[in-house]
Design a protein around this ligand. Structure first.
Ligand code: GLN
Length: 621
């Protein structure tokens, strides 16, 4: 019998009070599956989960946001991947949005689209580039997604009559998510990046979940990394570690003892600051890593290796036996060759203009910036990017703005503002043989410009801006929406594009192709070329060299008589990788080099991009 006011008597095996005392109890909890009225715990384990097989590195931020947790996590993940291990990163965002699709790039940086169509934040781009690996919706979550899942499950009776609580249910779902990712992506190591800063309300349940995960999985399975910030007030001229100490203390209060600290700072962290950080957070000095500002994030993996960080993680997580030395040597050689080019002297120069509404915020175009950085390194070109805010100049000023540029990109965008000036930029590039790359909106603007000024349809427009246009060359096409079968009306994610041989596009992607071939690129748009104008546009000289394999959706355009004029309805910047630079960007940077050095003989250079064989129908100068 249970006395009133007393806790029920239980067999000690089931007693939550004893749960913390032994590994065996933790195992038992883990095996318990869904909670019932008899258990205080909720700890479902995905089928096929092998305890001890999967390890975790959890990266948390203290002091302030924006420290580069994603950069740290992806650099460390890359080092383990290079050693032959399978890594699976996951970014856990604190905000309540279900995805990043509705976020303003001013506040949040660009929306990065995964191959499976999920709209995520720009950090996923960093992971894909650093790891040279496509990610999926399993590699990203938000508090909104977690809560939505919990609420939907509650409505379907998934919690078996229990009152649904932050702990154990929400935390239990988070742990499930992480373990499920480990199983589904067969990960040796899952890299968990907790968004925001320790102390935020939004991410507190994530931190509690990873704390529990570490406890349940046992010693040697979860490695906690804390990013922190060392201030260097200009008036003092020395580094101060107090904010870092306080931030780390907050993490300790949450029950998490970090194993590694990455101290962000403007300059290399001095030993006095590092010692204080080590001392006040119980982390040995050799695991306090100075992550100071650098010219390129791609040098971080090498800096980590020099600091011995990868070996520390291997030891902590008992992973030495999984290292494939040959794999690591090969991966390192490739990476170092790229980093060498990145830091080396550049032979050429080029100035590339990028038009855009968010020109004041580089993060809004992070992937474009990176795609250019990769190509600059591969082509030994010092590329200067010039940001042009088209909302701040009139169409008739375009020539003045562009006259000193060697190439122009009109990137993706939404809304009417600045579009007339973008169209004027396209016209200037087309008429003056300035290399041009139009991305998504930039592709559509090129179609509108060509229709207005070459096909002589002066009313040509996109119905995104002019609903009642008499020549809606760019339009929403409902029948195509039906064919695509999308839930929303945005066409999202990776899709096949059929490329015609003997075109500039085929020269860029597959120079030896003699028949049509497909490439896969990522889309994020609602509007497209209205098929009824295709014939007219093509007769006037515009070539649609890339199309949907089955439907009349135009995906790449080019102008054969121009040195480099190409547009893509997709976003080529999203698939640019350091070791696999994106072909359309390579072509653009090469064309910009030729434009910049037009008075110098470059033909002697033995480089496919700079001294290319001409494709028969599309000249590459
Ligand atoms: N606004 C255009 C559309 O929806 C272009 C989108 C974009 O550039 N990503 O089709």
């Amino acid at each position: 019998m249970v006395q009133t006011g007393m806790p029920p008597q239980k067999d000690t095996k089931d007693a939550p009070e004893d749960a913390g005392s032994s590994q065996a109890t933790a195992d038992l909890l883990a095996d318990a599956g869904h909670a019932t009225q008899e258990s205080e715990f909720f700890n479902p384990i995905p089928p096929g989960y092998q305890k001890g097989r999967h390890k975790y590195v959890v990266v948390l931020g203290t002091v302030m946001s924006g420290l580069g947790k994603g950069i740290f996590a992806s650099s460390l993940a890359k080092m383990l991947k290079d050693k032959g291990m399978t890594v699976a990163p996951i970014k856990m965002e604190g905000y309540l949005n279900i995805d990043s699709g509705t976020l303003n790039p001013y506040r949040h940086g660009e929306v990065f689209v995964l191959d499976d169509g999920l709209e995520t934040d720009m950090d996923l781009g960093t992971y894909e580039r650093m790891l040279d690996q496509n990610l999926t919706r399993q590699n990203y979550t938000t508090s909104g997604q977690v809560y939505k899942h919990v609420l939907d499950k509650e409505r379907h009776g998934g919690y078996l009559g229990r009152d649904v609580q932050m702990i154990p249910h929400v935390t239990g779902e988070v742990k499930y998510l992480l373990r499920d990712l480990a199983v589904k992506q067969n990960a040796d190591v899952v890299f968990v990046e907790v968004g925001g800063t320790v102390g935020d309300h939004e991410n507190a349940f994530y931190i509690e979940a990873v704390r529990q995960l570490a406890f349940e999985e046992g010693e040697g399975t979860v490695c906690f990394v804390a990013l922190t910030y060392v201030i260097e007030p200009p008036a003092l001229g020395e580094q101060k570690s107090k904010a870092a100490q306080l931030g780390l203390k907050k993490l300790l209060e949450a029950g998490v003892q970090p194993h590694i600290i990455a101290a962000r700072a403007k300059n290399p962290v001095e030993s006095s600051a590092a010692q204080k950080i080590a001392m006040f957070s119980n982390v040995p000095l050799h695991r306090v890593f100075s992550m100071h500002d650098r010219d390129s994030i791609y040098t971080i993996p090498d800096a980590m290796r020099q600091a011995g960080l990868d070996r520390e993680v291997l030891t902590m997580l008992d992973l030495h036996s999984r290292v494939d030395q040959g794999h690591e040597d090969r991966a390192r050689t490739n990476w170092q060759s790229f980093v060498g080019k990145l830091g080396g002297e550049r032979k050429y120069k080029a100035r590339i203009g990028i038009t855009g509404k968010y020109a004041s915020l580089r993060d809004a175009y992070a992937s474009i910036d990176k795609a250019i950085e990769h190509c600059g390194a591969h082509l030994s070109c010092d590329v200067e990017t010039v940001w042009l805010d088209t909302t701040r100049f009139e169409p008739d000023q375009a020539g003045e703005k562009l006259k000193d540029l060697d190439a122009v990109i009109v990137p993706g965008g939404f809304g009417h503002r600045g579009t007339e000036s973008k169209i004027a930029c396209v016209k200037y590039c087309r008429e003056n043989n300035i290399p041009y790359l139009g991305i998504c909106l930039g592709f559509q603007m090129a179609v509108v410009e060509y229709a207005r000024n070459v096909v002589e349809l002066p009313e040509a427009a996109s119905t995104e801006f002019e609903k009642l246009s008499e020549a809606p060359v760019i339009d929403i096409l409902p029948e195509q929406k039906k064919i695509e079968g999308l839930g929303g009306n945005m066409r999202l994610g990776g899709k096949d594009v059929l490329i015609q041989p003997n075109t500039l596009a085929s020269f860029l992607y597959k120079p030896d192709a003699d028949k049509p071939f497909t490439i896969r690129e990522r889309f994020r748009h609602r509007f497209e070329v209205d098929p009824k104008y295709i014939d007219e546009l093509e007769k006037a000289g515009l070539v649609f060299s890339g199309r949907h394999p089955k439907q009349p959706i135009m995906q790449v355009l080019e102008l054969p008589a121009h040195p480099y004029f190409i547009g893509a309805q997709f976003h080529p910047e999203l698939t640019g990788r350091p070791l696999h630079p994106q072909p359309m960007f390579m072509g653009l940077v090469a064309a910009a080099i030729r434009q910049h050095h037009r008075d110098t003989e470059l033909a002697s250079i033995n480089n496919r991009w700079l001294a290319p064989a001409k494709p028969s129908s599309a000249k590459v100068q």
